[in-house]
Design a protein around this ligand. Structure first.
Ligand SMILES: Cc1cc2nc3c(=O)[nH]c(=O)nc-3n(C[C@H](O)[C@H](O)[C@H](O)COP(=O)(O)OP(=O)(O)OC[C@H]3O[C@@H](n4cnc5c(N)ncnc54)[C@H](O)[C@@H]3O)c2cc1C
Length: 377
């Protein structure tokens, strides 16, 4: 970590210990998202870290952003994910939007006053996202959207939605991307999903019923929507990897401390080699994921992103966090299975990291595709 990153980490550690950690278990049990926490993260400059300063961002890189997300995730994967998705939305607008769109939508998102959401998945098209069915029909002055999006992070609390909808034929070439505001007529939200983890982060269906979107909210041209959506995914995968690294670090920390303090057979359980080996593996796998995430972030910052490495970073870090949090519960024994200790929540929060931003099977598909290209051209 460089000096700036160390400073960011210290600042966020204090913030999370003061503002998030004390009620983390209660908020998880009540599925309670506190907008003021997000607003405060924004006021500290953490809600648009990778966006240019002229739009209110911090003008930093993904390497810096990953350090921030790792730290937030130690206390709350949900807030880390809210920040990560909102920043991904900003990244899409900054990269593909026109000047008017950037000026209109970025400042309220970079400042953390408002939240962004990304609407690609539908009930019938998750991994096969290009099969989406939501339609956008061209009318005078804009488009009429009809259909629905499933499992949308921050739906209902976000103000700005990037929505992928079909303006043309089947397949990816018929997809366009739109910026849709929460106040749009014909836009409604489904009930909050009851989930295994990420309980503080609301996930809802987003429904479009003759929802009018003005022409100026089309991102790029018609038919470019799938490219726009994929354009955010490399960075999105690395940031999910960073969240996994933060969560793994916390779970290892809890495990070592607990095992040093808990005695059985007249000795700390840490001294049993069976548990030592488990924690040695946890520490090693954690560092392996950290290096992979850092390298992928570094390449994103260098302007030469490596999609294969982004997938590898997401795959490794999220498979590792599932193993580490599961082992953390094991090391805590019966206590680890109760909400008295945070490892129970951590294990639940880890699971969906293997599913979002492309499941880990899809990451393997992407990596294998790159390998084939490498060998066969
Ligand atoms: C809490 C949460 C938040 C989310 N937030 C968002 C969001 O903000 N925006 C958004 O657009 N989406 C979001 N999603 C949706 C998420 O991206 C999808 O759930 C994910 O892409 C998988 O799609 P699916 O659920 O339809 O599973 P499916 O695609 O039906 O997959 C089911 C299983 O089949 C496997 N599979 C599918 N295709 C292949 C293949 N080719 N090879 C091998 N295995 C395969 C999958 O890996 C998986 O194990 C969220 C989901 C959750 C649970």
């Amino acid at each position: 970590m460089n000096e700036l990153q160390k400073e960011l980490q210290v600042q966020l550690e204090k913030f999370r210990l003061d503002k998030i950690e004390p009620t983390a278990e209660h908020d998880d049990a009540n599925a309670s998202f506190k907008k003021e926490i997000f607003n405060e993260l924004g006021a500290l400059g953490f809600c648009g870290m990778t966006i240019k300063e002229e739009f209110g961002g911090a003008g930093l890189g993904y390497s810096d952003f990953c350090v921030a997300l790792q730290e937030i995730a130690k206390s709350s994967v949900s807030y880390a994910v809210t920040v990560s998705v909102s920043t991904m939305v900003q990244g899409i607008i900054e990269r593909f939007g026109n000047e008017e769109q950037k000026k209109k939508y970025l400042p309220e998102l970079t400042s953390g006053k408002e939240i962004g959401a990304f609407c690609l998945s539908e009930s019938g098209s998750g991994s096969d996202a290009k099969a989406l069915k939501t339609t956008a029909k061209k009318v005078d002055g804009g488009y009429i959207l009809n259909g629905s999006k499933m499992w949308i992070t921050s739906a209902g609390i976000a103000k700005t939605y990037i929505v992928m909808a079909r303006t043309g034929a089947t397949g990816s070439a018929g997809v366009s991307a739109f910026i849709v505001e929460d106040s749009s007529e014909g836009l409604t939200f489904g009930k909050k999903e009851k989930k295994m983890g990420w309980k503080v982060s609301p996930t809802r269906e987003v429904l479009f019923h003759n929802c009018f979107v003005p022409s100026e909210n089309l991102i790029k041209e018609e038919g470019q929507g799938f490219k726009v959506a994929l354009g955010g995914l490399d960075a999105g995968r690395v940031t999910i990897g960073a969240i996994a690294v933060g969560l793994s670090e916390r779970a290892l920390d809890e495990s070592v401390k607990y095992s040093l303090g808990r005695s059985q057979f007249n000795q700390p359980i840490f001294d049993f080699q069976g548990l030592q080996f488990m924690m040695a593996d946890m520490a090693t796998e954690l560092e392996a994921s950290r290096f992979l995430v850092s390298k992928a972030a570094e390449l994103l910052d260098s302007g030469a992103p490596d999609s294969k490495l982004c997938s590898m970073a997401k795959l490794k870090a999220t498979d590792v966090v599932m193993k580490i949090t599961t082992d953390a519960v094991q090391i805590h024994g019966g206590a680890g299975y109760t909400s008295e200790y945070p490892v129970e929540r951590m294990m639940r929060d880890a699971k969906v990291l293997q599913i979002v931003e492309g499941t880990n099977q899809i990451q393997r598909v992407v990596i294998a595709r790159h390998l084939k290209k490498q060998y066969q051209g």
